[in-house]
Each structure stands twice: as C-alpha cells, then as structure tokens.
Design a protein around this ligand. Sequence first.
Ligand code: TMP
Ligand code: ASP
Length: 274
Amino acid sequence: MSRRRQIYEGKAKILYEGPEPGTIIQYFKDDATAFNAEKRGTINGKGVINNRISEHVFLRLAHIGIPTHFIRRLNMREQLVRQVEIIPLEVVVRNIAAGSIAKRFGIEEGEQLPHTIIEYYLKSDELGDPLISEEHIACFNWATHEEMQDMAAMAIRVNDFMCGMFAAIDIKLVDFKLEFGRIFDGDFSRVILADEISPDNCRLWDFNTGEKLDKDRFRRDLGGEEEAYQEVAKRLGLLQDDENGPGEVVDMSAHRSRLRPSTPAKPNPAKPKK
Ligand code: TMP
Ligand code: ASP
C-alpha cells in the first residue's frame, strides 16, 4: 500500500492528503494540550471518541443546512473531509460564564450570561490566541465582512442546535469553539464549518451535578478525562456498554459493511473517471 502524504500535524490531529483532489483525511490523536501547548498529555481513546462525536454532530448540523467540511468517517480514528483554506480565527460562543471570560471580567463561573456572546480569537499559539475584535479582523484582512456575517450566523445556529441536542441528554452547553474554512469555486469562495466539535472544544456540564464532561478535566488536573469523554459519547448513543468493560464505540460503518451484498461495486457511469 502506498504511504499517504502527511500535510500537517496539529496538536490533536494529523492531516493527510485525501484520495481525491480537494479532500483530506483527518486522523484524531489521543494527544491533549492546553494553554497554547505549554501543557501536554494523553487522554487514552480520545481520538476514537472525538472522531465519532464530531461525525455525529457534523452530520446533524448538515441536516439543518449548516455547510461543513465533513464527508464521511473512514475508520475509528479517521474521517474524510473537504480541503479548505482555514480562516485563522477561533470563533467562541458562550452561554454561561466559564474559563477565560470569567477570569477576564471577574465573573463567577457558572453564571448565565444575559445573552449569548460570540468572541473571536486569533489562531496563533505564539501570540497566545489573543482576543480580537471585528475591527481587527477587517483591518488585517483575516476575513471579509460578509464572511464574518456568515460565520456569526452559523455559530448562532450551531449553538441553538447543540444546546437542544445536549439538553436532551442532561448536559449544559456552556461554551464552545468553532473554526471555519473557505472553499473555492472559480472566482467565488464560500465559508463552511471545519475542524471538529468534541469535548476538546466544548464545555459540557452535567445538568444535575455540574460535573465537567470535557477537556477542563485535563486543563485543571481534575482526572477522569477518559471516563468523561466516554460519558458524553454514551449519552449521545455512540458508545455501547457491556459487562466486560467501559464500552465500545459504535462503529456504524462496520455494521453497514456486514449488511452490504458481497457483489463487487459497479462503476458509476454518472461519475467521470479521474
Ligand atoms: P476559554 O474560556 O479558555 O476562552 O475557552 C472557551 C471555549 O473554547 C472552551 O469551550 C474551550 C474552547 N477552546 C478551544 O477549543 N481551544 C482553545 O485553544 C481555547 C483557549 C479554548
Ligand atoms: N488549543 C489549546 C492549546 O493550545 C488547548 C485548549 O485549551 O483547548 O493547547
């Protein structure tokens, strides 16, 4: 088998060239970092769970009309996505004060914000991902006004959808981070949702106990990261428990291939050969 070309290694994922032009394979690692990679560690099985959770969320967002880079999951740790030009911003949506906003303004963690807030951070570890304004984004041409409007509108829709999705499984969506990318069609470009949505980039608190079910367990040395990520996957119906252990990630592609007839696939005449 030919070796795939690695395009980029990030903190939690590796990107490989995809099988078709304009596609990328996202490999989810177990590596965890915090504080702009000052703190490093591993959360066992995180890559498998985040791959599955992110697939679940992106598929559902696509169903409500949010354009995303997700094409399909390939295996336990990899998914095929559209290649995008990443916009160098971290778009953070906050419903409840926690983390940096609580610290910055001296608000107690857990306080409901009077309304949902969208913040922008520059994606730069060297600069410590500084908080930026729309003025900065326009001034330095990180994104156009139209792209900012599209990102903000999508972020609000993602928030509304995910608040409901998590409320249904007794989880409060405190805040989360999104990344967007451009895809090009001739002279035109369009912004779509990229990266991943998982307990790595969401704050998720148990509705009843307030227990943290996200990466804050790692950031704050609380322990129990693996169990917390598993709990989110389990409540979303993505992890099957059995009496032998903590559970197994439900791999629907394995079920599908078992059901698939054994006749070889016919070429699709509608699809031009590359
Ligand atoms: P913050 O309170 O530390 O600014 O984080 C806000 C949200 O963004 C939280 O859900 C965690 C997520 N996040 C990332 O995904 N990557 C980051 O680098 C940071 C700082 C936060
Ligand atoms: N993206 C952060 C890091 O640099 C991690 C985080 O706090 O989520 O390491």
